[in-house]
Design a protein around this ligand. Structure first.
Ligand code: DGT
Ligand code: MG
Ligand code: MG
Length: 257
């Protein structure tokens, strides 16, 4: 029924095309993960299973949607970056955003038990999603720096908070101890009172995860000869590195093209 009398309703659909030649960032974030992390008894301050699952979902999204060149994740959020030149779904914002977030959430459920073993998933996790466009390379770098700085600030606070609580104080006391403190005070509390050098904490917790497509050697069996064949493939790989400074970007100039 190509030209049915009903077809005029299409005209009510609004166009939400993103302007050309701008970086696209899709950020997804867990809905009510404060409760979700409690209901599933996530380790505090960081649950490695939860982080690995988030990273796995992001890798699967990148394997499927080849336009995504990089992604940054921390806590219950992930940001996916599409280059200025991308014409994915003719740059329709809701189509891009909804495809990425539903693929991510479906993977989260499907792969849950791979990471959480026999911990039962109590209810369906849900993620929100938005698209933001950034006109300049500096805007994009500032966006990613903002998310990584957020990871650092929250992780330093949470690490100190839970160190105080695990040492026997109440959560209210820990909150009071930390009120008005600066970053250097938290480092000091951790070092002198809890024997923790913050800088020695694993990078995955302090820096979050930045996924890029890295050249990786893969071996497969040739269907013709039955022999193993080595090939170089671009595989989305999570790195736990600083993306605020210039060093990483100088090493990877292609990412900002
Ligand atoms: P929203 O996003 O407005 O629906 O609300 P929430 O509750 O998702 O809050 P949000 O996104 O600002 O903060 C993420 C929450 O997830 C926060 O309460 C801490 C929790 N969370 C994330 N990762 C971990 C983890 O590895 N361990 C624990 N214990 N909690 C985590
Ligand atoms: Mg959330
Ligand atoms: Mg969040």
């Amino acid at each position: 029924m190509a030209n049915s009398k009903y077809e005029y309703v299409r005209q009510f659909e609004t166009v939400d095309k993103i302007i050309p030649n701008t970086w696209l960032v899709v950020r997804i974030d867990g809905r009510g993960f404060h409760r979700f992390s409690q209901q599933h008894a996530f380790d505090k301050p960081n649950d490695r299973r939860a982080i690995d699952l988030m990273n796995r979902c992001a890798v699967e999204v990148m394997k499927d949607i080849k336009d995504i060149t990089m992604a940054y994740g921390q806590s219950d959020e992930y940001s996916f970056v599409l280059p200025k030149s991308s014409n994915l779904y003719a740059r329709r914002a809701s189509k891009i955003s909804s495809t990425i977030v539903s693929m991510f959430a479906a993977n989260y459920v499907m792969r849950w038990s791979e990471y959480f073993g026999n911990v039962t998933l109590q209810y369906p996790p849900c993620f929100d999603s938005r698209v933001v466009c950034y006109p300049s390379d500096q805007n994009l770098r500032d966006y990613l720096s903002w998310r990584q700085a957020d990871c650092h600030i929250n992780n330093l606070y949470n690490t100190t908070f839970w160190a105080i609580v695990h040492s026997g104080k109440t959560e209210t006391q820990a909150e009071e101890d930390l009120r008005g403190t600066f970053s250097k005070d938290k480092h000091e509390i951790l070092f002198t009172q809890h024997d923790i050098n913050y800088n020695n904490i694993e990078q995955i917790y302090r820096k979050g995860s930045f996924i890029i497509r890295q050249k990786t050697k893969v071996t497969s069996i040739s269907p013709n000869t039955g022999e193993p064949v080595e090939r170089i493939k671009l595989i989305p790989t999570p790195l736990h590195i600083d993306i605020i400074g210039d060093a990483f970007w100088t090493e990877h100039p292609d990412l900002l093209k």
